[in-house]
Write a protein of this length. Structure first.
Length: 188
């Protein structure tokens, strides 16, 4: 059978990933910011530098997925200490252990994790660890991962719920019920 693989030039970004078919595939860090050739079949995706295969992955038919080899990620962490998890993320995990699941949702949605961590840290500063932990738990229990909903839940938990006071009418009120009447007379 003749070869029917897709062959096209692609550019690796500074994080040593290549976007192909709306997914991100990792390549070794020595090939970041370089032009590679992608050779894609129905089942495999290969990245070539010249004639040499520098990375090979199973093809992902999903959208906005990150397909990464551990050795590529480990090489980046060894070469660039700034790629490690920051202090802010550790502070969030200490305050709300289930925040990892929320961060994973944001990562799979293609959200900027730095921005999301910064916004969540702001919520931690404003409302404290107890409120943030409870809000994260409630948000995940509801099956949501929206940062705006997290802020609303934090705000609701911060404000004490005011008890509803019973309304009692004095003996001088003859009729406590409001009778519905025709409002058509007001049009005249």
């Amino acid at each position: 059978m003749p070869e029917v693989d897709l062959v096209a030039p692609v550019v690796s970004d500074k994080t040593a990933t290549v976007v192909f078919d709306k997914n991100r595939y990792s390549v070794p860090p020595e090939h970041r910011t370089s032009t590679l050739t992608v050779v894609a079949s129905d089942t495999r995706v290969r990245f070539l530098a010249g004639q040499d295969c520098v990375a090979e992955h199973d093809r992902c038919w999903g959208r906005k997925q990150t397909i990464e080899k551990k050795e590529h990620r480990q090489a980046i962490l060894e070469n660039k200490p700034g790629a490690r998890d920051g202090q802010g993320r550790r502070r969030l995990v200490d305050a709300a252990p289930r925040i990892e699941a929320l961060l994973e949702h944001w990562l799979h949605d293609g959200r900027n994790l730095g921005s999301m961590v910064a916004r969540t840290l702001k919520l931690l500063e404003l409302y404290g660890a107890v409120v943030l932990r409870a809000a994260v738990d409630e948000l995940l229990d509801k099956g949501s991962h929206d940062i705006g909903a997290l802020a609303v839940l934090c705000d609701q938990r911060r404000r004490p719920q005011k008890p509803r006071l019973p309304v009692e009418f004095g003996p001088h009120v003859p009729d406590k019920d409001v009778r519905v009447h025709d409002l058509g007379g007001y049009d005249d």
